[in-house]
Design a binder for this molecule. Structure first.
Ligand SMILES: Nc1ncnc2c1ncn2[C@@H]1O[C@H](COP(=O)(O)OP(=O)(O)OP(=O)(O)O)[C@@H](O)[C@H]1O
Ligand SMILES: [Mg+2]
Length: 256
């Protein structure tokens, strides 16, 4: 179970969560992507998923309901997608209420539900929003692994990285000793001196993490507009191969 996390906006969290999930699904695994991003423009806005036939609108629950309604289960907020093996937990509307109202038990809520009912799929991936608030903390408490996407072309945000590290260390000390940074994904990667330097710096900062480049593809935006992952929109893209490699390295032990 992994949280894809970086409080910097536009780092490639959502792209990495979805494309890694699709790479795992292509290997025959069942994967749930949990949209823990309270922004209006999160993955829930464009990824297609299906409510069960005949489910009344009032019963269409989402991640917000998991935090606020004790009787709601993870299964109630998990839905099929057009991609066999990919399941999705949407976040809208009003997931941001969790950050402002902070319902009791927020920090451990996702951990509780993933421990009690999260094994209906092989792998759970949590797509965090661009913040280090209660939602991101609850994702870090629930996860074993953190994957940190970093925009390889835009230089390192040193202060932002320090804040992320502080949050991860605090969660490790107080709430989740198992948590580890398992991967850094260099998104929008093109061979350049800057990208190489960023790679080296991150490899030193996270000596136990796998450093995975995900090469630039200018069609990722078009894929989103078409409401599709890059993998189905442009299956031959080199970026798809990069996420395949990442999935093989990070989940070598998990068999379909
Ligand atoms: N490998 C790539 N090549 C080119 N563009 C990319 C690549 N990966 C991500 N992008 C682009 O970068 C932008 C940000 O990506 P994404 O939405 O995944 O970031 P995010 O970290 O989830 O952002 P937010 O913090 O807003 O949730 C998007 O427009 C996406 O299309
Ligand atoms: Mg995102």
């Amino acid at each position: 179970m992994a949280a894809i996390c970086n409080q910097k906006g536009g780092a490639g969290k959502t792209t990495s969560a979805l494309e890694l999930a699709m790479a795992l699904v292509a290997r025959g695994l069942r994967v749930r992507v949990i949209d823990a991003d309270p922004q209006e423009a999160s993955l829930s806005v464009w990824l297609r998923f299906f409510y069960p036939e005949g489910l009344p609108e009032a019963d269409r629950k989402n991640l917000r309901d998991l935090y606020f309604e004790p009787e709601v289960t993870l299964q109630d907020v998990t839905f099929a997608t057009p991609y066999t093996g990919l399941y999705f937990t949407p976040s809208f509307p009003d997931l941001k209420d969790v950050e402002s109202k902070h319902p009791a038990g927020t920090e451990t809520l996702l951990q509780y539900h993933l421990r009690n009912g999260g094994d209906d799929v092989d792998i759970n991936l949590i797509d965090c929003g661009p913040g280090l608030g209660p939602l991101t903390v609850s994702a870090l408490v629930a996860a074993h692994d953190v994957y940190i996407p970093v925009q390889a072309g835009s230089g390192l945000d040193v202060r932002g990285a320090a804040a992320l590290n502080r949050t991860i260390t605090t969660v490790q000390q107080r709430l989740n000793r198992e948590l580890r940074v398992a991967a850094v994904v260099l998104t929008d990667f093109e061979k350049s001196t800057l990208a190489r330097q960023i790679g080296h710096t991150l490899a030193k900062a996270y000596p136990d993490a796998v450093i995975l480049p995900a090469r630039t593809n200018i069609r990722i935006g078009a894929a989103q507009l078409a409401k599709e992952p890059l993998r189905t929109f442009e299956p031959s893209a080199t970026t798809v191969l990069d996420y395949d490699l990442g999935a093989r390295i990070l989940f070598a032990q998990v068999q379909a």
